[in-house]
Design a protein around this ligand. Structure first.
Ligand SMILES: C[S@@+](CC[C@H](N)C(=O)[O-])C[C@H]1O[C@@H](n2cnc3c(N)ncnc32)[C@H](O)[C@@H]1O
Length: 286
């Protein structure tokens, strides 16, 4: 079987399994196994796959038709300029998170703080470590504390820190409950992508998310904002005056979040994602 035939075959199998972007995913699987990017794959459509390569392709296919996320099948996925290990121990880092973290680094931090003014930052609910590692890369004079309540996520983040030793040399990773173990007025920046899906919406999620990603990373309680409410209640304590808090939230949650008590904080920015959905909020400690 050559590359063209393999992509066509996989695409058909994925379509039958109800996978929407079947052709794209088929070519991603073949690219992954052959270790070439998709552009180069298109230049090699007559290349015949070796027995071991075909076996690897079909192994990926067998997992993907069961709706296991492609990212878990591959075991790694990019976040900004980082290549991260991903596994069911933690949420797969999302492009919409990349987007606001990039905006934080490129626009919001320079505008409100000055790029070199951040000494200490925290990433609360670190998961794979994506946000903390990206902040450490983008803020080379800073040190960061990454915190997650899931032991499995902390173990995975530890491995991702080991993959990026230069950034990791300025990072600490702890197992903990939100900001509870953080010192008063210690941080210039606290970033978080907390769980924010309403508990009642969990059963209706795509099987890739509902059946494979950790519930603890997704379920934000009855209104989806219970973790956000806890964060907002304590962020004013852990930020130094003038420090920033930035966190992701779900579309449609903004009015209810803005009605929550946020002692010591004032809203600076409310940002949408590239699809125009409400996505993140930035606060300053007065
Ligand atoms: C939406 S995921 C975000 C993961 C990662 N930061 C990212 O953006 O890909 C939320 C994370 O918060 C963690 N989490 C949930 N409740 C927490 C709590 N009370 N304290 C600390 N972390 C918590 C989950 O284990 C999960 O890793």
């Amino acid at each position: 079987m050559n590359v063209r035939e393999a992509v066509r075959h996989l695409s058909g199998e994925l379509t039958s399994a109800g996978i929407v972007d079947s052709r794209l995913e088929a070519s991603l699987i073949v690219s992954h196994v052959l270790k070439v990017d998709r552009g180069n794959l298109l230049l090699a459509t007559d290349r015949v796959l070796m027995e071991s390569e075909l076996e690897a392709v079909f192994k990926c296919l067998r997992r993907r038709v069961l709706h296991e996320p492609l990212q878990y099948v591959f075991g790694e996925w990019p976040f900004l300029d980082l290549q991260l290990e991903v596994s069911p121990s933690a949420l797969i880092p999302r492009p919409e998170t990349e987007e606001w973290v990039d905006r934080l680094l490129e626009t919001l931090i320079p505008k409100y703080l000055g790029a070199n003014s951040i000494r200490w930052f925290a990433d609360i609910g670190a998961g794979t470590g994506a946000i903390g590692l990206a902040l450490a890369n983008g803020l080379p004079l800073s040190c960061g504390l990454l915190c997650d309540i899931s032991p499995e996520a902390v173990t995975l983040a530890q491995r991702n820190l080991a993959r990026h030793p230069a950034a990791a040399s300025r990072l600490s990773l702890i197992l903990g409950d939100l900001t509870l173990s953080l010192h008063d007025s210690a941080f210039d920046l606290v970033a978080s992508n907390p769980p924010y899906i309403k508990s009642a919406d969990m059963p209706g999620l795509m099987p890739e998310v509902r059946d494979h990603e950790p519930r603890m990373a997704l379920d934000g309680g009855k209104f989806g904002t219970s973790i956000i409410a806890r964060l907002l209640a304590d962020l004013g304590r852990v930020l130094r005056p003038g420090g920033l808090a930035a966190f992701e939230h779900g579309d449609g949650q903004r009015p209810s979040i803005l009605a929550l008590p946020a002692p010591g904080l004032s809203l600076l920015e409310a940002g949408n994602d590239a699809c125009g959905r409400e996505r993140f909020l930035v606060w300053v400690k007065r």
